[in-house]
Design a protein around this ligand. Structure first.
Ligand SMILES: [Zn+2]
Ligand SMILES: [Zn+2]
Length: 244
């Protein structure tokens, strides 16, 4: 299995990075984790076959994680996708998706797709299966609006991938990412504590409790990007591929 960082930027495109979108592929799986506003051009730049993707997992409803869906769905419609697609995310996703479709492309939420589209709400602590992918959401802490906010522990092909999503430190990250083969963690700032986001220093202080086999940092602000050459941990970059 492999995970490619289609986009690993923050909401502000810091460092010219694309909004959050990870593409996971293996013998029996093909899915995205998050689909931020700039994800469709980023997928095309990396020549990723969008119509082979079976599942999109959404962590929360901020534009840099969610607002790529209208573009992805219109692209699917116009490229004559036939393969069914599942979009799964926090409770309320059906309404939020219709709202963002209408805001960006009027009447697009009422278009009948040529392919089967399922929109599924996920509840924290309840494991759901989508083909060969098992997903367990954990609640995280990321402010008042744009939620619910979910971190994901994803199991597929005997491997575990965990993603913190955007969050300040919360104990739920421990079970979400414990012993994961790959833990993708937000490291928004270096050591400055910012509400609703995670600093690298805070993450490192808890790393022994989490014990991931591999850690990759994402969603970095300029404060982190300035220090990329001196970091002791692996930082994501757009297009980077990690074997899992
Ligand atoms: Zn974000
Ligand atoms: Zn966010």
């Amino acid at each position: 299995m492999q995970l490619q960082f289609v986009g690993c930027g923050d909401a502000f495109g810091s460092g010219g990075r694309s909004n959050t979108c990870f593409h996971v592929t293996g013998a029996s799986v093909n899915f995205l984790i998050d689909c931020g506003a700039s994800s469709l051009p980023a997928l095309k730049r990396l020549r990723i076959a969008r119509n082979d993707i079976d599942l999109v997992l959404i962590t929360h409803f901020h534009g840099d994680h969610f607002a790529g869906l209208p573009f992805l769905l219109l692209d699917a419609q116009f490229s004559r996708r036939t393969r069914p697609l599942v979009i799964a995310g926090p409770e309320g996703i059906e309404t939020r998706l219709a709202q963002v479709m209408e805001a960006l492309f009027e009447n697009s939420s009422k278009t009948r797709q040529r392919f089967e589209l399922s929109v599924v709400a996920l509840r924290p602590g309840e494991t759901s299966s989508f083909g060969a992918v098992q997903v367990t959401p954990y609640p995280v802490v990321h402010g008042e609006s744009g939620g619910p906010f979910l971190a994901y522990r994803v199991e597929a092909e005997g491997r575990i991938i965990a993603y913190s999503a955007d969050t300040e430190w919360t104990e739920t990250l421990i079970p979400a990412a414990r012993d994961a083969d790959l833990f993708i963690a937000e490291a928004y700032t270096y050591d400055k504590v910012v509400k609703n986001h995670l600093s690298l220093a805070t993450l490192v202080a808890h790393l022994a409790e989490i014990g991931p086999k591999r850690l990759v940092l994402t969603h970095m602000s300029d404060d982190m990007l300035e220090r990329l050459d001196t970091l002791a941990h692996t930082a994501a970059s757009d297009g980077m591929i990690v074997e899992v």
